[in-house]
Design a protein around this ligand. Structure first.
Ligand code: DAH
Length: 342
């Protein structure tokens, strides 16, 4: 037994000298001290020795195990130090290289417009809600009083999934969802993405953003709507900006109006060459009106007791107006050079 122990020690000493890296050393450790390692097996075999030999051999085997554990740990320390010294000598850091700057994200300009408007509406006691992008034909058209032959119902205008489901073409269906589930007084705005089957060009993108507003209470009149529109415009364009209302038609409002603002580009000086207002001094920005009595009724609200107003802000266009952006495609290209200007 003693001979076996001595020869094992000699063998481990030789192997240790040959282990040049940490991987070699680990292989050696496993082969010696691992579950099926040579020293482990040796310790196990002690039980087969006659009792008088066992004591002495056991002591020697334990000493061998302690020695091997230490010797391998020492060798590991030496190899690690050697590898570190080596890498310090061969690798170098060029402290003159320029640093790598981390780019900090920014808000998308449309998000900035939404935040600005949401702050205004929150101050005025409105709730901010979001609605589903996938809508039913009922919420998107029927309940909004849209006639069966309305062009926007056409498959060429709206993305349909089936006869019943579509990608909402405006945020107005949220008027229905809210009026059906909340009793007046209602004061909400709904920011979100909307979709139409438009070809992409310099004035159209198939996805764009709107912010729907809805107020329903007793005694709400057109003057309330106009006051609100003025507040919105002054918030975004400053105290000098003015609005003009033109009669229009939407199935879900009566009367309906189109909101124009004084041209933000030529400041309504009606310059003939102004590309934005084409010399008229006014820019069309969004639609609005008094909630149609039929729509109130569709939602179980008595139009002889309650009235309301609604508006649908096209926030892409509004953002273009605020920053003088002339091509809405830029909003969706995620070009950092564009986005970092805001
Ligand atoms: N939903 C209309 C559209 O996308 C915009 C609109 C007009 C919304 C009048 C309204 C409104 O709430 O009262 O063209």
């Amino acid at each position: 037994m003693t001979e076996k122990i001595i020869s094992l020690r000699t063998k481990i000493e030789t192997d240790l000298k040959q282990a040049t890296d940490l991987a070699d050393l680990e292989t050696l450790r496993v082969s010696v001290l691992g579950k099926k390692g040579e020293i482990t097996n040796l310790l196990k075999s002690l039980s087969q020795l006659p009792p008088d030999e066992r004591r002495q051999a056991g002591q020697a085997a334990n000493e061998l195990r302690d020695w091997a554990t230490l010797a391998i740990a020492d060798a590991k320390g030496e190899i690690t130090a050697r590898e570190q010294a080596n890498s310090l000598a061969t690798e170098s850091i060029d402290v003159t290289l320029p640093g790598r700057r981390r780019t900090i994200g920014r808000h998308h300009p449309i998000s900035t417009t939404h935040t600005q408007l949401e702050n205004l509406f929150t101050r005025l006691g409105f709730s901010i809600l979001e609605g589903p992008h996938i809508e039913t034909v009922y919420h998107n058209f029927d309940a909004l009083n849209s006639p069966q032959n309305h062009p926007s119902r056409d498959e060429t205008d709206t993305f349909y999934f089936s006869d019943e489901l579509l990608l909402r073409c405006h945020t107005s269906p949220m008027q229905i969802r809210v009026m059906k589930t909340q009793a007046p007084p209602i004061r909400i705005v709904v920011p979100g993405m909307t979709f139409r089957r438009d070809e992409i060009d310099a004035t159209h993108t198939p996805a764009f953003h709107q912010m729907e507003g809805l107020v329903v209470d007793k005694g709400i009149h057109f003057g309330n709507l106009k006051g609100m529109l003025e507040l919105i415009v002054k918030e975004l364009f400053g105290p000098e900006a003015q609005i003009r209302l033109r009669p229009s038609h939407f199935p879900f409002t009566e009367p309906s109006a189109e909101v124009d603002i004084t041209c933000y580009s030529c400041k309504a000086k009606t310059m003939e060459g102004c590309r934005v207002c084409k010399g008229s001094g006014w820019v069309e920005l969004w639609g609005c009106g008094m909630v149609h009595p039929q729509v109130l009724q569709n939602c179980g609200i008595d139009p002889t007791v309650y009235s309301g107003y609604a508006f649908g802000l096209g926030t892409d266009r509004l953002t273009s107006a605020v920053y003088g952006i002339t091509d809405p495609r830029l909003y969706f290209e995620n070009d950092m050079q564009f986005l970092c200007q805001f």
